[in-house]
Design a protein around this ligand. Sequence first.
Ligand SMILES: [Zn+2]
Length: 248
Amino acid sequence: MALAAAYLKKRYGARVLYLDFDAHHGDGVQECFYSDPRVMTVSFHESGRHLFPGSGFTSQTGEGEGKGYSVNLPLEPGTTDEIFLQAYDELVPPLARAFKPDVIITQNGCDAHWDDPLTHLALTISGFQELARRQHQLVHEVCGGRWLASGGGGYQAYSVVPRAWTAHTAAMADVKLDEVLPESWRQQCEQRSGAAAPRYLTRDDRTPAIDRATLDRARDAVAAGTAEIRKTVFPILGARSLSAGDAG
Ligand SMILES: [Zn+2]
């Protein structure tokens, strides 16, 4: 994705917005463009206090001419669809409108899923699909639908990853798929994973129980992170938040 961004910039002089929703910090792409104001990177990820690679704090905002063009929102374990999508709404559309990209690149790792064995976030396939719908709306609003999407991390290889990227691709193509998964796929999934296969595309057969204290910590972290970004990055870009109760 870094090479794609560099190529789009060099070949077409494009302004590139890179949005990374993998559970791990998008450190590689950020590093490549840390002082470059023509490629803006935004990464939502599990906090580096809990997860590899240990970076991606709100204080990392770019350097030199690129100051304000690297945005990081660290998330706490237990972050749900609702908390994640609210953070997306508060940050991503205002930043995109202010940056005015020619093209948007999204990295849609699905390791933020609650059943992923490597991470501790708590999103669902419905959350990923909703995120894809919002990305779709945004690329049409700000850059004429020019959208390059990739997968990313995802370590529940049979029960989660194929569903996540199928749901994402469907949202990109504006196709409504059957919720009930095909029996032939379920059989293959069970053979390979040795476990019961999911029955539905976006609905989970079981969902995690998250205690109140964990949810509060996840909410507080997002509130603090978004406030910090609005204070440090928004003024540089002249971004205006459209969320309720904000005077601008
Ligand atoms: Zn990852």
